[in-house]
Design a protein around this ligand. Structure first.
Ligand code: KG4
Ligand code: ZN
Length: 334
């Protein structure tokens, strides 16, 4: 019989719960987005996020159990995101998970949100090859890693300033396009032309990323050009981002020769990035591992996958853990 795990994710502005089997098959996944709540402010307001999580968490967990057709007492474990993220938002999910684990008498596993994103490749591919080169691009992070085994990574490089999602969101806010910026910039970019020659920061420098200068270049151009064409600004900005990301993955493939590429994190929802990554994979004859578009952004299903993998390797977590807003991935040195 399959053991079932309840996963909870509240690190930022999505209240999410999922039921995942130890066969890594997702039985249910519920995501309540707070986008409408934060949109008027052009970004996530931490205190509002925490309060919304408090209001939503019980019903979202109930919905995930109902969708899976089970009761809490049918569960074998609970997994919850412990960081990185907003401290108050994380605290809501952790408190709920601890209370439920105590009430139902099941083990509790703390999960690193970044490991969740990296494990999201299992949401579209059961047979994940290792090692693979993994690009994690989200609102909070931009890093290139090599996944050597489930839960075991080496870091190739990361951003020295903004994450890519942050750059998208800041450019979108400057252009008055609302929050989050990724989807709307992508949509505009699809009908624009890459003709503005924006910089491709740190293209030639190893595996380090930087997006702050690109963001400033876009803002300066818009400020100096009253009759700018917004589609072309979007297309030129997105093309610059994509060229950087693809160049860094290509460099890693040339250096390490991995047979598979993973692209994960909220920006992996971008149809433009998905297409560019597929082109690269085709060129190298490698497999592209990428979550379904709807599960690239924050969700609890990916926390459930990472939760099972961590539980299998390390057993349950010491329950004294609390929110870890700056939690990093643990890397092996080789
Ligand atoms: O992974 P995620 O949901 O949250 C974090 O862990 O940060 O990523 C959110 C980020 C936001 O910056 C958002 O603008 C971006 O993912 N994003 C996209 C798209 N959908 C969401 N970026 C580009 N294209 C998209 N379609
Ligand atoms: Zn995320």
């Amino acid at each position: 019989m399959t053991d079932l795990l309840l996963a909870i994710e509240t690190s930022c502005d999505e209240t999410a719960a999922a039921v995942v089997g130890d066969d890594l098959v997702v039985r249910s996944s519920v995501v309540a987005s707070q986008i409408d709540l934060h949109a008027p402010f052009g970004g996530v307001v931490p205190e509002l996020a925490s309060r919304a999580h408090v209001e939503l968490i019980t019903s979202i967990v109930e919905q995930a159990l109902a969708d899976a057709g089970i009761a809490g007492t049918d569960l074998s474990a609970i997994a919850v995101t412990s960081g990185p993220g907003l401290v108050g938002a994380l605290l809501v999910g952790i408190s709920a998970a601890k209370a439920l684990a105590l009430g139902w008498g099941v083990p509790l596993v703390s999960v690193n949100h970044l490991e969740g994103h990296l494990a999201s490749v299992y949401l579209s591919e059961t047979d994940v090859p290792f090692p693979h080169t993994a690009l994690l691009v989200s609102g909070g992070h931009c890093m290139l890693t090599r996944a050597l085994a489930p839960g075991t990574y080496t870091l190739l490089g990361e951003t020295v300033d903004d994450s890519i999602g942050e750059a998208y969101d800041k450019v979108a806010r400057y252009l008055g396009l609302g929050y989050p910026g990724g989807p709307v910039l992508d949509r505009l970019a699809a009908t624009g032309v890459d003709n503005l020659n924006f910089p491709r920061p740190m293209m030639t420098e190893g595996y380090v990323f930087s997006f702050s200068g690109l963001k400033t270049a876009v803002v300066n151009y818009v400020r100096k050009t009253p009759d700018f064409i917004i589609e072309d600004v979007a297309a030129s900005f997105v093309a610059a981002c994509m060229d950087v990301l693809i160049t860094k993955i290509r460099r890693a493939l040339d250096e390490y020769g991995d047979a598979a590429i993973a692209v994960v994190g909220g920006v992996a929802a971008s149809p433009i990035l998905r297409a560019r990554a597929q082109e690269l994979a085709d060129e190298y004859g490698s497999t592209l591992l990428i979550p379904p578009q709807s599960l690239a952004t924050d969700n609890a299903a990916m926390i459930g996958i990472a939760g099972w993998q961590k539980f299998a390797a390390h057993g349950e977590s010491d329950r004294r853990f609390g929110p870890q807003p700056d939690l990093r991935l643990t890397y092996t040195s080789s």
